[in-house]
Design a protein around this ligand. Structure first.
Ligand code: FPP
Length: 236
């Protein structure tokens, strides 16, 4: 890999767990379990490649519409993952953060996540952001409410509002915008993920279902990114 072209921030829509399971006549949760294993490898490879920020879309504000046993199962997998992996994440200097209102998750998941946030808060390696109960429109709505309140309270002049200030009201405050957004499973949608932040991101769509997304496919996606010319609306 050409390290000069390594993206600073990669964001991933981990799609296709359900179809991966269906193809094998397995329950959907088996797909999420396999997805968790894939995620583990992608986190490790992100660290090795020197990527600074990795954001994964793990549970959206819309995912609550799924059957309750699937929802509960996803959070169980999350608790299990943190239980098993936190020591290694910490050893690898990974800093965990959560994007989204994770306090609405089941109690044990909230407690585990807080343990991970606390334990890794001073780490300086890969920043691993897990989007949980995350929806971009909801994020922008909450920012608009907070900005309006600050304006009413006299803390902010409406005319002085800038894009940078808006960014500071989002869950992603202090995180640079994603350079590369990857979506697996052949679907080509953003699905309410980082709408504001991905204004100038490069997109790579991969046909593999998420559990089949290997570090090798990840490096292929990064190589595709590295070959693109980014103009940010200008001319090069
Ligand atoms: C999308 O596949 C995947 C999800 C909605 C959940 C992602 C969850 C994991 C990778 C494991 C759990 C990880 C955490 C951090 C909670 P899909 O179910 O939409 O697949 P389909 O489109 O084929 O049905």
């Amino acid at each position: 890999m050409d390290h000069l072209k390594i993206p600073c921030h990669v964001a991933i829509v981990m799609d296709g767990n359900g179809r991966w399971a269906k193809k094998r006549n397995l329950p959907r949760l088996a797909g999420h379990n396999a997805g968790m294993k894939a995620l583990k490898e992608i986190v490790k490879r992100s660290s090795t490649l020197g990527i600074k920020h990795l954001t994964v879309y793990a549970f959206s504000t819309e995912n609550w519409k799924r059957p309750s046993d699937e929802v509960a199962g996803i959070f169980k997998i999350l608790v299990h993952y943190v239980d098993r992996e936190l020591a290694e994440l910490h050893e690898n200097n990974v800093k965990v953060s959560v994007l989204g209102d994770y306090r609405k998750l089941p109690e044990d998941a909230v407690a585990k996540l807080e343990e991970a946030l606390e334990r890794t808060k001073n780490n300086t390696g890969l920043q691993f952001h897990i989007a949980l109960n995350y929806g971009s429109r909801d994020e922008i709505l909450q920012a608009a409410v907070a900005i309006a309140k600050d304006a009413v309270a006299g803390k902010l002049e409406p005319e002085e509002l800038t894009e940078e200030i808006i960014s500071q009201y989002l869950f992603t405050k202090d995180i640079p915008d994603p350079d590369l957004v990857i979506r697996t499973s052949g679907e080509k949608r953003l699905s309410n993920f980082l709408l504001w932040q991905s204004a100038y991101s490069e997109f790579v769509f991969c046909d593999a279902y998420w559990p089949d997304f290997t570090p090798e496919l990840y490096e292929e996606a990064i190589a595709e990114y590295a070959g693109r010319v980014r103009r940010f609306g200008g001319v090069k």
